[in-house]
Design a protein around this ligand. Structure first.
Ligand SMILES: Cc1cc2nc3c(=O)[nH]c(=O)nc-3n(C[C@H](O)[C@H](O)[C@H](O)COP(=O)(O)OP(=O)(O)OC[C@H]3O[C@@H](n4cnc5c(N)ncnc54)[C@H](O)[C@@H]3O)c2cc1C
Length: 428
C-alpha cells in the first residue's frame, strides 16, 4: 500500500517504522523543519546535548518507548538518574518524589490525614478498575476518600496547575493513571530527546521511508474513486493516511468527515503550555533539586521550575545551567501574547525564592515555546467520547494525545498508539 503519515512526532515515526517493516511505501509529511514534534529540542553550537523545548523525561514504566528503543538497538543510550523532586510548603521545599517521601511531607501533620493519604495512595496503586473511577471527578472522589485537608494540600494544587479552570471537571481515572504509571527514577536519551528523534528519522530514511520536512498538509480529501488525496503545495493520492496532530487540526484538515465524528473532535478539551528555557551562568538550586512543584496559591508566576542540569550535568551544555519555567494554560491566557522579554520580567522575581543570591545578570539567554495543544482534559465518562482511530472515511486514521486514555499523554503513549494505528491500517 501507498501510505501517508502526517506528523513526524514520536507517534507518526513509530507508525511509519512498523508500516515500512511490512514493506509498505511510506511518506511522512511534517510541517516543521525538524522531527520530534512536541518532544523536539534545540542546541546552541557549543552544547554537546540538546534541550527539549518543553521539559521531557521518561518513566521506568514507559514500556512502549523503552521497548522501541531496545528494538532499534539503542538501549545503552538511555540513562535513568534519580533526580530530586520537591514540593512547596510554607516557604520551604520538601522531597516529594515517592509515596514514602510524600507521606513524610509536613503539610499533612502526623494524624489521620497522613493515614488517609497513605491508604488512598496504596488503593490507587493496587486497583486496576479505572472504569469505575472515570465515572466521578477527581475533586469529588478525593474529597470523599482522602478528605478535604489531604485533597486541598496534596492533590488540588496539582489539578489546578495542570487543568486551570477545568480542574473540577477532570475524572478520577486520570489521577489513577498518573499514580499507577510513574516511577521515581526519570530517564532521558544521551544527547537529549532531539538526538533520539534524529537517529530514529535517519533509521526510517535508511529503511526507505520518504521524509518530507517543512511540508505542511493543507487538506486530506476522499479521492474520486478509491483512496485519499493529500494536499500540500501539490496533490498526491494515497491508499491510506494516518494523522497524528491535535483533534482541532484534524477537524480542519479533513472537512469530509461526517458531522458526528467532527463534533466529537471539536468537543475534546485541552490545555496549552508556555515554557521558557533559561541558560544561566550559575546553578540555581544549590541543594541540587530538579523539579519544583509550585502551588498557584503560593503566588509563583509558573507551575513548575525545573533545573535540567540537576538531572543531567552542565558539562553537556558547555557549562551553562539550564532551567525551565513553565505553566499549563487555557487558550487566550495572557502569557501566550507576552513577548519573551515581558515573560522573563514576570518570572524573574520568583527566582530569588529558589536561590537568594540569584541576580538578573545570571541569565545568558532565553527561549520561549508555546503550544495550544499540550494536555488533553479527560472529563467524566471520557472513554465514551474518544474518537475512533479508524475514522468513518475509508482509509483515514487518527492517533493523537487525546486518544491514549486512561493514560496521561506522553511520548511512551504516542509510540503505543502510533504502533496500534499502524497495525489497524495493515489488517483492516
Ligand atoms: C509541557 C509538556 C511537557 C511534556 N512532558 C513530557 C514528558 O516529560 N515525557 C513524555 O514522554 N512526554 C511529555 N510530553 C508529551 C509529549 O511531548 C507528547 O505526548 C508526544 O510528543 C506526542 O507525540 P505525537 O507524535 O502524538 O504528537 P506531536 O509530537 O504533536 O507530533 C505531531 C507533529 O505533526 C506536525 N504537524 C502539525 N500540523 C501539521 C500539518 N498541517 N502538516 C504536517 N505536519 C503537521 C507537528 O509539527 C508535529 O511535529 C510533554 C508535553 C508538553 C507540552
Amino acid at each position: 500500500m501507498k501510505i501517508a503519515v502526517i506528523g513526524a512526532g514520536f507517534g507518526g515515526m513509530a507508525a511509519a517504522y512498523d508500516l515500512r517493516k511490512s514493506e509498505h511505501e511510506v511518506t511522512i509529511f511534517e510541517a516543521a523543519d525538524h522531527v520530534g514534534g512536541l518532544a523536539s529540542g534545540f542546541k546552541e553550537p557549543y552544547w554537546d546535548w540538546s534541550v527539549e523545548k518543553f521539559y521531557h523525561h521518561w518513566f521506568q514504566s514507559d514500556r512502549s518507548m523503552l521497548g522501541l528503543i531496545r528494538e532499534l538497538g539503542w538501549e545503552d543510550k538511555v540513562i535513568f538518574p534519580r533526580p530530586l523532586t520537591v514540593m512547596y510548603y510554607k516557604g520551604k521545599f520538601y522531597p516529594f518524589d515517592s509515596i514514602f517521601k510524600m507521606a513524610l511531607f509536613p503539610g499533612l501533620g502526623w494524624g489521620i490525614n497522613k493515614i488517609r493519604f497513605g491508604f488512598v495512595g496504596l488503593f490507587l496503586r493496587l486497583t486496576n478498575n479505572w472504569h469505575n473511577l472515570e465515572r466521578v471527578t477527581t475533586d469529588a472522589w478525593m474529597l470523599k476518600w482522602a478528605g478535604r485537608e489531604v485533597y486541598e494540600k496534596m492533590w488540588k494544587p496539582l489539578l489546578i496547575g495542570k487543568f486551570g479552570p477545568f480542574y473540577k471537571d477532570v475524572n478520577m481515572a486520570w489521577m489513577w493513571a498518573r499514580i499507577k504509571a510513574r516511577s521515581t527514577r526519570l530517564g532521558t536519551f544521551e544527547g537529549g530527546f532531539q538526538k533520539f528523534a534524529d537517529l530514529f528519522a535517519d533509521r526510517l530514511r535508511e529503511k526507505g521511508v520518504e521524509m518530507r520536512l517543512g511540508t505542511q498538509v493543507k487538506s486530506i480529501k476522499q479521492a474520486s474513486e478509491k483512496g485519499l488525496v493529500v494536499e500540500t503545495a501539490k496533490k498526491e493520492q494515497f491508499d491510506k493516511v494516518l494523522v497524528t496532530m491535535s483533534p482541532g487540526i484534524m477537524a480542519k484538515l479533513c472537512p469530509d468527515l461526517p458531522e458526528s465524528y467532527l463534533k466529537g473532535l471539536l468537543e475534546l478539551k485541552s490545555m496549552g503550555a508556555v515554557v521558557m528555557v533559561l541558560a544561566l551562568k550559575h546553578q540555581l538550586s544549590e541543594q541540587g533539586y530538579y523539579w519544583f512543584n509550585l502551588p498557584k496559591e503560593a503566588g509563583y508566576p509558573m507551575l513548575a521550575l525545573v533545573e535540567h542540569t540537576n538531572f543531567v550535568g552542565p558539562e553537556h551544555f558547555g557549562g551553562d545551567y539550564i532551567v525551565y519555567a513553565g505553566d499549563y494554560l487555557e487558550a487566550g491566557h495572557e502569557y501566550f501574547s507576552l513577548s519573551d522579554a515581558q515573560l522573563l520580567e514576570r518570572f524573574l522575581p520568583a527566582f530569588k525564592k529558589f536561590n537568594p543570591t540569584f541576580e538578573k545578570d545570571w541569565v545568558k539567554k532565553i527561549w520561549v515555546s508555546k503550544t495550544n495543544y499540550a494536555q488533553p482534559v479527560p472529563l467524566v465518562d471520557h472513554s465514551r467520547n474518544i474518537p475512533e482511530i479508524e475514522t468513518p472515511i475509508p482509509g483515514l486514521y487518527f492517533a493523537s494525545m487525546s486518544q491514549v486514555y486512561p493514560w496521561d499523554r506522553g511520548t511512551n503513549f504516542a509510540v503505543e498508539i502510533g504502533r496500534r494505528a499502524a497495525k489497524m491500517m495493515m489488517t483492516r
